[in-house]
Design a protein around this ligand. Structure first.
Ligand SMILES: Cc1ncc(C[n+]2csc(CCOP(=O)(O)OP(=O)(O)O)c2C)c(N)n1
Ligand code: SF4
Length: 304
């Protein structure tokens, strides 16, 4: 199991998220930041496009991030990281360049530079911190907002469904693509460390429930992140050189009867308070389709 490969003693003692930062209580992005620091330590150099993380990391006088960071325009995360990684390598600096971008900065406005860097095989790690909306500017819908969710631009519930970004990146035939969740720190840390050992373009899609935008109590961030996985709404997996593998606990959830009912996940979130029965069915169908695609891929590679 991926969790077993890590020892708590292997984590740095240094704290990479400082007290006094500008994030809301229960913020998933600061939790993810902590895990990034634990995984890569001082070798990480971050590139952070506009979004909540840029504010948490860099809003003077409340700087809260203990690693080098380059704040960059929305559309240029992966392009900037590409240049930075090449420059550091040319100078002989042993570093891991990590893009840390929101779902809006990744799936919408940053997609072009992400695709370009993936296609060129740039030696960077790209992390999409997916809180399923444009949170920093007031909870607007992104192409990673799930079906039926309220946002300030979808008052009657989002009519679309989540864009399959990990699969889109995997279609670039990059060496490593993985999903992760802030509710499963060992899995995320192990995936970051694995990505750091691979040369070329690596992509990790981090599910990050946001109490402000999803309308839940700030003390429930971890619980909701875990429920997303336990209900099958979020699936933990990795593609290594194109080969798909489900990670625990998702590897035990291929059978739908093993999953908790999706209602357990959505009933804790105000953004789904007014979801109609029809929209709930669409949401469930979308989740079923994700699992069906996983099953098809596993079958095609002879693993099912
Ligand atoms: C080109 C451009 N358009 C719009 C903005 C305004 N803006 C700043 S942060 C942000 C939201 C970012 O959302 P996301 O990438 O999902 O990250 P989050 O804030 O949710 O972490 C927007 C729209 C901008 N900075 N640049
Ligand atoms: S809006 Fe959400 S993601 Fe942004 S700082 Fe607040 S809790 Fe974190």
């Amino acid at each position: 199991m991926i969790e077993m490969a890590l020892n708590i003693k292997s984590l740095p003692k240094k704290k990479y998220v400082m007290p006094g930062h500008a994030a809301c209580p229960g913020c998933p992005e600061t939790i993810g930041f902590r895990h990034l620091g634990m995984a890569l330590g001082d070798k990480a150099v971050t590139v952070i496009p506009a979004g909540c993380s840029a504010v948490i990391q860099g809003l003077w006088p409340k700087q809260g991030w203990g690693l080098p960071a380059l704040n960059i325009v929305f559309a240029a995360g992966a392009a900037t990281a590409s240049g930075l990684a090449r420059a550091l390598e040319r100078r002989g600096v042993d570093a891991h360049v990590v893009v840390w971008a929101g779902d809006g900065g990744t799936a919408d406005i940053g997609l072009q530079s992400l695709s370009g860097a993936a296609e060129r095989g740039e030696n960077i790690i790209y992390v999409c911190v997916d809180n399923e909306a444009y949170m920093n500017t007031g909870i607007q819908r992104s192409s990673l907002t799930p079906h039926g969710a309220w946002t300030t631009t979808t008052h009657r519930g989002n009519p679309g469904t989540k864009k399959p970004i990990p699969q889109i990146v995997a279609a670039h035939r990059v060496p490593y693509v993985a999903t992760a969740s802030i509710g499963y720190p060992w899995d995320f840390i192990a995936k970051l460390r694995k990505a750091a050992k691979i040369r070329g373009f690596k992509y990790i899609h981090l599910h990050a429930p946001c109490p402000v935008g999803w309308r839940f109590d700030a003390g429930l961030t971890g619980k909701i992140a875990k429920l997303a996985v336990e209900t099958g709404a979020w699936i933990l997996y990795e593609y290594e050189n194109g080969k798909l593998k489900l990670n625990p606990p998702s590897n035990r959830l291929l059978d739908p009867s093993k999953r908790k009912p999706i209602e357990e996940y959505i009933k804790l979130q105000g953004r789904f308070r007014n979801i109609s029965p029809e929209s709930l069915e669409v949401l469930k169908r979308d989740i079923d389709r994700n699992w069906e695609e996983i099953r098809t891929a596993l079958r095609a590679q002879g693993d099912l």
